[in-house]
Design a protein around this ligand. Sequence first.
Ligand SMILES: *Cc1c(COP(=O)(O)O)cnc(C)c1O
Length: 369
Amino acid sequence: MNISFVDLKAQYLSIKPEMDAAIFKVLDNTSFIGGEPVASFEKHFAELYGVKHCISVANGTDAIYITLKMLGIGTGDEVITVANSWISTSETITQVGAKPVFVDVDEYFTIDVNIIERSITKNTKAIIPVHLYGQSCDMGAILALADKYNLHVIEDCAQSHFSEFEGKRAGTMGIAGTFSFFPGKNLGAYGDAGAIITNDDELAKKCKMYANHGALKKHEHQIEGINSRLDALQAAILSVKLPNIISWTNSRIKNAHYYMEKLQDISDIELPLIRNNTLHSFHLFVIKVKKRQRLIEFLTENGIATAIHYPTPLPFMDAYTYLGYKEIDFPLVKSNQPEILSLPMFPELTDLQIDYIAAKIKEFYAIGW
Ligand SMILES: *Cc1c(COP(=O)(O)O)cnc(C)c1O
């Protein structure tokens, strides 16, 4: 059996007639930037989230950058975020001229709220919690700290489409939620795409303007901005997928539970912990394993693709040596680093495929490598 890490082809085939029609409609209209497909996607995405504004942008990285910039965060400011994430989360803090301040993770692989408070200085302006792998951070504690110290909370929802914390959707609790629609994300375009959601009218207006050369109307540039737009083709593609997203999320959750059932009695692995009162959307299914490198090789030989999210925590990357962090500053991230392993996860993954993966993992540890 051959099992890829994500199977975008399976999903395309499941919606091919509608998808092809939507794409050809855009080609037929030859209106490629802005217009009805973009407005329609923004409207429906905002409606699904129950928020006032959705501002589509070119990718999930720009979504964070534009939000930080339009909140006025810049030189001399500090922004607190988590040590284990994709580099977009911290790269954008630097892009606006501010300094990223990294915090260790908790046992749920998300930012440890107990460490946030001692990382706050007089220069701290914002916290970027990352709902990593699809699991919501402890937003109750984060919002309380933000309130106490008057900080903005920008939720990085690139991996957490339709995740929830205490019945509230990830992305709706901070001043803004930022999304990536990179093809492999839970809601994926067929190229780069992203969005910002917010209930703040002023922030929404600024972000929309900044993403489009500082203009809300053509040729009326109130400020200088950037070119970061969702194109009509990607918007049309996302709109075809949007009605399926809840059912795809439910399939991911079902697959995760089936994995946990099948893997529960293997003592050499640790299953993901799910935070109470949350809905984990399982962008990734990440376990902790012993003898990781040999397990990866064994699974590869047996046709099973795996991945590591992420091999090097952000503060340990060359890009951040200038910040002067030490490995002992992040004990949990450090101990997770050699053990985390992401197994194949996508809505179309079948029980038979999970049976096979679980059987191979069992076989590996039974052999006693
Ligand atoms: C994918 C991702 C991003 C960036 O999204 P792009 O659309 O690739 O720019 C940001 N943060 C996290 C946590 C991500 O996984």
